[in-house]
Each structure stands twice: as structure tokens, then as C-alpha cells.
Design a protein around this ligand. Sequence first.
Ligand SMILES: Nc1ncnc2c1ncn2[C@@H]1O[C@H](COP(=O)(O)OP(=O)(O)OP(=O)(O)O)[C@@H](O)[C@H]1O
Ligand SMILES: [Mg+2]
Length: 251
Amino acid sequence: MSQPPVIELQGVGTSFRGQVVHRDLALRVDEGQVVGLLGGSGSGKTTVLREILGLLRPDVGSIKLFGVRLDEPDPHVQRNLRRRLGMLFQHGALFSALSVFDNIAFPLRELRCLDEDWIRRLVHLKLSMVGLEPSHGQLKPAELSGGMVKRVALARALALEPELLLLDEPTAGLDPDRSQNFVELVGSLQRELGLTVVMVTHDLNTLAGLATHVAVLADQHIVAFGPREEIMAVDHPFVNGFFGADRQKLL
Ligand SMILES: Nc1ncnc2c1ncn2[C@@H]1O[C@H](COP(=O)(O)OP(=O)(O)OP(=O)(O)O)[C@@H](O)[C@H]1O
Ligand SMILES: [Mg+2]
């Protein structure tokens, strides 16, 4: 039997205080795909990620992850589903009062089934996966560089060994070298761990370095989805404007 899609959104509609953000939005992401989600500012990209994560419920429509409906009432099923997802938020969103160690340990402690010795080992493992040392664990978020914040946020997103990773502007605010390093790090982890990834980005190099597929959010829904090279050729005002003269970079 073939695997159900990792993500399946159908007929999703969302509005905030009467302002429609999504209307009849559909998206299907299969295992192992790295999907770059593009769209103008305020088009509702972060909102889609929050809906996939279960932080926000759409007004209408269905969202299935791994073939299971997100609004499945059984709390046990819900919890198991959530463990299969990791999210790197748009602004890093580390807990500023907690050390790097405690930030990464947070989702592990929430499980309430691991002793501190295991947690320490797992946190050190995650730190090394993102190229940081155990000693970095003692620092507070305010003491980190922008690139380190992203790495710690990635380590935390990977803490529960998710199958699906959601990244919201993972390289925004990084200089070109750090951005390239981070793209390479995410790419190698994606391949090693066999992750499925949905990534919001405005950055062409990030898109070129990671995305196998591209989804374009415009006019309140996904107007184009497919392999990256195919989407480059779609004649839509947003796509034309986004890729513009830089199209060649991505081919
Ligand atoms: N919790 C909320 N309450 C009210 N309005 C919201 C809420 N979340 C998002 N919105 C509105 O929904 C629209 C889409 O927001 P969203 O953050 O998803 O956009 P985005 O595509 O991620 O933008 P950006 O590229 O700037 O990050 C915006 O108009 C925003 O103001
Ligand atoms: Mg956003």
C-alpha cells in the first residue's frame, strides 16, 4: 500500500476578524519532499505553518498529517501526531530566560518519561548535530549570534526526532556566509534523517540550495505547486515578480 501524504490540506479557509487570509487552500506534500513555500508578506504563509502545527484551527477545511486528521478527538492520537513535527519559528523564538541547554531540553522534559541523565545526553547530541559544543549549552539566548540562535532553534525543533520539519524564514537576518552554512546544515540533516520539510523563504539561495518543490501562495490559496524547475516556468504575476531576472540562479 502506498504511504499517505505527509501533509494534506483540502478546502482550508481562514479569516481573522472578517479579513480573509485563505480561501479553498489545498496542498499535498509527500515524504522526503522539501517544499519552499513562497508568497508576499501577509499572504498567510506563517498562518499555514501554524495550522499544520495545530496551533491554529482553520475556519473550514481539513488538514491531515500522515493520513490522520488534525482534529482527531483522541488526545493520545493527537499527542503522537504532534511528536512527529518540529518547527523553527520565524524569529527563532527561544525562551529568553532559559539557557541553550534548557531550551533544547524543554520538549524532552515535556515528555515526562526521560531522566535527566538521558536528557543531558540527548541535548548534547542535538547540539553536536547542529555544530555546537556542549559548553554552548550554558549560554543564554541574548549571548548568541544570529546564526547560533538559528542553530539552537533547529536543535530544539529536532529534539523529538520529528519526521516533518517546518521552517519559517530559516535564513532571514543571516549574512550570506552564515546563511549558506545554515542551508548546508539543514540539507545534510534532511538527507541523513530522511526529513520532509516545508520551508517559508524569501531567499533565492536558500530555495535553490534546499527546495525540491515549490508552492506559491497568492490570491488566498496555492496558485502553483510542483518541482522547483517547473514552477519557475509558470506564468503568474507573483511568480514572475519573485523570480524575475534571478530565475537563472535556480535552474
Ligand atoms: N492571530 C492573528 N490575529 C489576527 N490577524 C492575524 C493573526 N495571525 C495572522 N494574522 C493576519 O493574517 C495575515 C497573514 O499573516 P501571516 O503572518 O500568515 O503572513 P506571512 O505570509 O507569514 O507574512 P510575512 O512574510 O510578513 O511573515 C496578515 O494580514 C496578518 O495580520
Ligand atoms: Mg510569516
